[in-house]
Design a protein around this ligand. Sequence first.
Ligand code: GCW
Length: 713
Amino acid sequence: TTVIVENADRNKVYRHTPNLSMAPGSTERLMESTLEAAREELVRGLGGLLDREVRVSPGPGSRIPHGAVVVGTRESSRVVRRYVAPDELEPVGDDGYLIRSLSNGTRRFTVIAGNTDVGALYGTFAFLRRLQTHKPLTELDISEAPRVANRHLNYWDTERLYAGNNESGTGGLNGENGAIFNFAATGASAALNLPVVLDRYLVAARAMASVGITGITINNVNANNAYLTPEYIAQEAALADALRPYGIKLALSIRYAAPVDPRFAPDTLTEEQMAPNDPAFQAWWNRKARQLQEAIPDFIGFTVKANSEGQPGPQDFGYDHGDGANGMAVAVAPLGMKIYWRTFVYNPDVDSDRLKRAYLEFGPIDDEAQPDGTKGRFLDNVFLQTKNGPLDFQAREPIHPMFGRMENTNQALELQITQEYTGQNRMLCFLAPMWEEILKTDTYATDARGQLLDKRLVGNVVDGTAQNHSDTAIVGVANLGNADNLTGHHFSQANLYAFGRQAWDWTLDSADIADDWVRMTWGNDRNVVDAVVVAMMMGSWEALVSYQTPLGIGHQFTADVHYGPGPSESHLPREDWNPTYYNQADSVGLGYDRSPTGSNLTAQYFPTLEARYGDIDTVPENLMMWFHHVPWDRPMSSGRIFWDELVDRYYSGVRYVTGMRRTWDSLEADIDARRFSEVRAKLALHEADAADWRDTCVSYWQEFSGREIRAEG
Ligand code: GCW
């Protein structure tokens, strides 16, 4: 096998940080260009998978060797120019690729081509994936393009890390105990701060690039202004330089009130200048964005959590979310940057039902008639970044009513890869089936005349095909950390992997994604693949839903940690943080009435869903308690009464975990000893903690139902 990447050096990346270097003892290497990264992946990948030496050739010379793999663009490569026509490449866009099996006489070879170097890199990873998952490698004629343009991670570096730090639900300080990137820390680890690059940054970059991630917001949305200081910006530039060859760009979370922070003196604003339409406000953000762009030429823009959970926002200064987002958007638009404005707001003054609050604030701004006759006040370089459901990343939620409702605004879907509420790094929970369920949910969105849209699944809303949005984004809250395997639990890697694949193509089947991941992670042995995919991963999410929050009961977690059960907790300072607010347990039944007889959240959905969810006889049972206070004796589709069904779910969920543990035990001979025992240890904790959820919840509900527990253990 010969790998040919022509003229890789002509495509050198722009490197800004002069003293960028790898940490002592590193095994990774900084890349000079995207095509060099592609070549490196092929050499490693082909060499490792085929177990034979791979030759690298700068160009084909007079003849392309038999078995060669040629990578490039029409610009970089004579071979690509010769074998791939412009009109064949055009449809795959900036990030897509073609993979072709070609021949010249008796010599056969493969060409991987993109319009851009990054497209060629993505094609390279796709080719390696085929090899690694034992898919055919001959007679290829593949043409792939992503459905969503901006495929981002958000990394909450200081927020109670849920992954990657080896311990569940703790940590949160920089560097030492969990975060993946080392910034400006003092103390022992300071010598390993950026611009020193640690192996794990590049391992993460390669992992992200292998599934097509295009950007990462590197800090917590509860943002620290330090990230906007020159000292940090220099370090961020170093990180950006290291990640750039992999097609990954940087963004920052910012604090809306940063301009009044004295640390930026003398460049600070007064409270009066904080009106978002004040030229001083816009000039301040423009200056900050310019500083960032000087250091990081391809800087994406800002992620903003405003007027949410104590974060400052435009409402503190008498303005709404539209004014605030637009004030920042105007400031950064000349630099080609974007604002990702989060919609995770739940101001209790807006409505007594937390789940209704976001749409009540954002909907009218999207609807507002504009002086030029158009509708919708948000500017074009604003994305409203909205969680999949109206509460907060619970294991199963109904879709957020805003999907389909914000037709005049660019909308980004925010999913949580890190398992904050889905077992953190202790429980094995494969999230792709949940994301598939969300992305393939029918919104029943209608047009202005009340006609159903042709394309109206959540995925169509997100990829722009439902309502003709030209800019599209999907964001995953990342589960990266400083553990050797980046995610803490070996199986949590599957979630990062699946997120990338589904962000690229939301129509994929999650079982196929699991199959690919298992082959690449644990091996191609049919026995292993079937056991891990079918008996473990594919049912793991539904099992977790069953033993934590079955039949649509919301948030039942103990305060802060968000790991164990706390159904009786009612002591938190905000009513809507308490499990009792969500379960509404009483002698009649369980669940929160959001139907027309209750809070009427259902009215925020399009008519078909409004009717379906609003009626206890038609609501899907797995969402029932999100919308109804369900009587203990209500007959369910199984023939059991609600109480018995509820209890049964808790028990069956735990039984599935026991089954996963046994399945894993049966694979001991097929899996390397270290990873086998690490996963085994996690599964033992998982089983015990799942049983704790079952027992705590069932016995608490029994205090209200007064009925017998009829279930097998
Ligand atoms: O899921 C909740 C988390 C908070 C988080 C918040 C948000 C970063 O418990 O830790 O804050 O959502 O999404 O802003």
